[in-house]
Structure formats: structure tokens, C-alpha cells
Design a protein around this ligand. Structure first.
Ligand code: PMP
Length: 353
């Protein structure tokens, strides 16, 4: 006899980093250690709960318009979603709908293959070079789409903008998505290229550089007709994605570019100091254009260090996956959190001698 289970779709889900409660030093999910812009707190404090009885704007118009002003594009070139995860998921569903496989690096954001499986998009992974960099020549071929995180995660390495342009130029047959979740920490955005290349989509998020991971806001910028196609898919799935509070918080965040710039600069300064400090402790990390470092120690296995740090209530990210199983991804925290990390690492290293 058949079972109702036969009709249930079973998938292997994406595994997010741990979200421990309580007083821990959390350097495992690339959140920003600083609070969101003060205007966000003010808007939240002034929110009238009575407003919540009404649906939010289905087109997220007020936030779309502010994003269009901030980034110098037309509102019709902006798509907003519930974090860039939602935005990229919608892009997979709408723009990678052909028969040809899409391409992305073997080591990258581990949600890409999950969406591909979920939405039944055929895909190939293209190996990064030995030093974890991307060679755009490796992407030559006829694809149903290409997606690159730039800077890449978890490697932290940026593909130079000239190579990004080359990739987009070489693949007019498909949509090329540049996932710029970390670009505000010193990277160069491909957004200025969207006028020149209608097949280019750039995605960004409020989760990292704008300290709003808990609010869930992401967006894509690209060609008007492509943005409309993504919106049509969104309206065919869930019309009211962002809630009212998130929309007003997003607008408030964009109203303070000075605060945004200052916070990003602080993270970058701490990151550069951390890279030097970790190097003194026997670690090496590629040059990072993100809010994290991708560290390996000269003699102590990464997995051991991760476990020892956890015993001391310091969380960093480790993957037991080929090619990266001796690496730690360490999010940049405040200077105080980083000092606690160095002290713990010194203790762990000393205990191994
Ligand atoms: N892209 C990359 C490369 C990421 O690391 C993340 C964060 N996990 C995301 C997209 C999604 O971030 P969010 O949904 O918070 O915008």
C-alpha cells in the first residue's frame, strides 16, 4: 500500500549557522556588531500598533523609491524581498527557468545548490582555483544562468570588477547574478554596469552593512523587464512579503548615509587589525573585502580550534567540506570581542605546545 509520505517532497535543506542565546561572542553568522542607524530605533519606538491591522504596501513602494534614490536607478529597476535569500530564491524561480544548467563556484554561498535542487534548476559547479580565486575563463560555455557571490563567501575574496564585467559580457545568453551581500566592506559594486548589460542582476542586503539581519531586507537591481519578471513571480507566490515595520525600518536606515559609512569603516579597520593579529598567532587569511576572515592555522586543525572556542563561548563557523575543512570563517566583531578572541586563541595555541 502506498503511504501519504510518498507524496511529500523531501529536500536537503540549507543549514544556517547556530544562533545561541545568552551572553556569547558571536562571530559565526556575519552579523554586524554595531546597532542599526539611530533613525531605525526612533521609527520602531514611534510605530503605532494599530497600523498593523492593515496589509503593508504590496509593491514595497516607499522602500523601492528610497533605494532608487540611494543607488541612482529607476524604481522599476529595483526588486525588494525578505532578505537577499528571498530575493535570490525569487531570481532562481524566475530567471533560471530554462533547460540549460546554471553555473556557480564549487565553494560559495551554500544556499545556491539548495535553491537549484528545490526549484529543479539543473546546475554545474565550477572549481575555484587552488588559491580560492575565480578564473572567468572557466565559465566559458552556454549556460542557463550564472551566479557569483562577490566578494565570495566563505572565502572573503573579491573578483576584480573588470573580471565581473568580462563574465557578464561573455554571457549575453543568460542572466548573470552578482550577489553583493558583503560589497559594502571595501568591495566594488557591479551596479554601475546594469545600464550597459541587460542580463546583469545585482543583489544586496541590509543584513550586514546596515545591521538589520533581524529585519530581513534584501534587494536586486537590474534591467526593468527582468525586474518585472521577478515581481510577477513574487506576486504569483506571496504578494505581501515585507511587513510594514520592515519597510519603515529600511527607509529609516537609508536616511542616514553618514552612519552607514562610519559603521562600515569601523568594521574594515577592525578586520585589517584582526588579519595582522591572527597572522602573529600563526594564522593566514586571504585579503578580505567582507566583514569576515577565512583563516587557517599553520599547525592546529580548524575543527579543533572551533570546538575549543565554543567551550569558551566564542562562536566561529567551520564546515567539514572538501577543500575548506581546515578553515574557520571568523566574523569581525567589536574591538573588545576580537580582543577576547585573540586571548582565547593564545590559550588554545599554548595548550597545544
Ligand atoms: N548571499 C551571501 C553570500 C550570504 O552570505 C548571505 C548571508 N547568509 C546572503 C546572501 C543572504 O543574506 P540575507 O538573506 O540576510 O540578506
Amino acid at each position: 500500500m502506498s503511504s501519504f509520505f510518498d507524496n511529500i517532497r523531501r529536500v536537503t535543506p540549507y543549514v544556517p549557522g547556530e544562533q545561541p542565546e545568552g551572553k556569547v561572542i558571536k562571530l559565526n553568522t556575519n552579523e554586524n556588531p554595531y546597532p542599526p542607524a539611530p533613525a531605525v530605533g526612533e521609527i520602531l519606538a514611534a510605530t503605532d500598533a494599530d497600523l498593523l491591522k492593515k496589509y503593508p504596501e504590496a509593491d514595497i513602494g516607499s522602500l523601492v523609491r528610497e533605494l532608487s534614490k540611494t543607488y541612482g536607478v529607476k524604481p522599476s529597476q529595483v526588486f525588494v524581498g525578505v532578505g537577499s535569500d528571498d530575493v535570490i530564491g525569487m531570481i532562481f524561480l524566475s530567471c533560471f527557468a530554462g533547460e540549460k544548467p546554471i553555473a556557480f563556484p564549487d565553494i560559495t554561498y551554500s544556499f545556491y545548490d539548495v535553491w537549484a535542487e528545490l526549484f529543479r534548476v539543473p546546475y554545474r559547479t565550477i572549481p575555484l582555483k587552488e588559491d580560492y580565486t575565480i578564473d572567468v575563463n572557466d565559465y566559458d560555455g552556454d549556460w542557463g544562468g550564472v551566479i557569483i557571490a562577490n566578494p565570495n563567501a566563505p572565502t572573503s575574496i573579491e573578483l576584480p570588477i573588470s573580471d565581473v564585467e568580462e563574465l557578464v559580457k561573455r554571457h549575453p545568453e543568460c542572466i548573470v547574478v552578482i550577489d553583493e551581500a558583503y560589497v559594502d566592506f571595501g568591495g566594488t559594486s557591479a551596479m554601475p554596469l546594469i545600464e550597459k548589460y541587460p542580463n546583469l542582476l545585482v543583489t544586496q542586503t541590509f543584513s550586514k552593512s546596515r545591521s538589520l539581519a533581524g529585519m530581513r531586507i534584501g534587494f536586486a537591481v537590474g534591467n526593468e523587464a527582468v525586474i518585472k519578471a521577478i515581481n510577477d513571480v513574487k506576486y504569483s507566490y506571496n504578494s505581501y512579503t515585507l511587513n510594514r515595520t520592515a519597510i519603515t525600518a529600511g527607509v529609516a536606515s537609508l536616511s542616514d548615509p553618514e552612519y552607514f559609512k562610519k559603521t562600515c569603516e569601523r568594521v574594515i579597520r577592525t578586520r585589517e587589525a584582526a588579519r595582522a593579529e591572527l597572522s602573529k598567532l600563526g594564522f593566514s587569511c586571504p585579503e578580505s573585502k567582507t566583514n569576515f576572515l577565512f583563516a587557517t592555522h599553520e599547525s592546529i586543525p580548524a575543527e579543533y580550534i572551533q570546538k575549543e572556542l565554543k567551550k569558551r563561548d566564542i562562536y566561529v563557523r567551520y564546515w567539514n567540506k572538501p577543500r575548506i575543512n581546515n578553515r574557520l570563517r571568523i566574523t569581525i566583531g567589536t574591538d573588545e570581542e576580537m580582543a577576547a578572541l585573540y586571548a582565547a586563541l593564545k590559550e588554545i595555541i599554548a595548550s597545544c605546545r
